[in-house]
Design a protein around this ligand. Structure first.
Ligand code: TIU
Length: 202
């Protein structure tokens, strides 16, 4: 589950203050909550990621820091603490989708979940080869993660109702890009199909 963080999803937060429509992201919360409940019941592992940086920004290169609106950059004060800084309220995962004790939480400095993290080691240790990828945003951190995962040999299924973009056009085209050309780097489905499959396995 990619970056379901308050800074991106809460009304009044960083995402909304940049002029984005957070409802486009918030529609993923209910399907994700249902999926996570069924996933946990089936005894399957959930890995949560959070995009963010150290308080001294030593892990945020200028190429990343110098993007976006000048007064609303990573590390600047926001409505829910310093924007995308580890340990701040806004950096953490929204209340509805909080990790359970024992679930992996990966703090990542990049858009992709593999860059500068131990995600590969965690997956390889548990023998996981197939991923269901959810979270936000579709065309940024979800796409980067799925592309990185496929290059590393993992099969990826992206759930259309469990990923969100601030831009409806990017959501539509972002999903098309994944499954085009016979599934060029992944597949796309809806979460009810996964819920049915989990039910049938019982
Ligand atoms: N998690 C993630 O996608 N980070 C972003 O910065 N996304 C935007 O769409 N801005």
């Amino acid at each position: 589950m990619i970056d379901m963080q308050r800074d991106f999803l809460l009304p009044g937060g960083f995402g909304e203050s940049l002029g984005n429509d957070v409802s486009q992201l918030r529609r993923t919360i209910a399907p994700l909550a249902a999926l996570m409940a069924a996933w946990r019941t089936a005894g399957l592992p959930i890995i949560h990621t959070r995009e963010g940086h150290l308080p001294d920004l030593s892990d945020c290169p200028p190429a990343k820091l110098n993007r976006g609106a000048p007064s609303m950059r990573i590390g600047d004060p926001g409505a829910f603490g310093r924007i995308l800084i580890r340990g701040e309220y806004g950096h953490d995962i929204i209340d509805e989708l909080q990790p359970l004790p024992g679930e992996e939480v990966i703090d990542k400095p990049g858009k992709g979940a593999f860059y500068a993290t131990d995600l590969s080691e965690i997956l390889d240790k548990s023998g996981v080869k197939s991923l269901i990828v959810t979270g936000v945003t579709t065309e940024v951190c979800v796409h980067t993660t799925v592309r990185e995962a496929n290059d590393r040999g993992y099969e990826c299924l992206v759930l259309a109702d469990c990923v969100g973009s601030y831009f409806p056009e990017f959501q539509r085209v972002g999903l098309q890009m994944i499954a085009a050309q016979g599934g060029i780097f992944g597949w796309v489905a809806q979460s009810p199909e996964v819920l049915t499959a989990l039910q049938e396995q019982k």
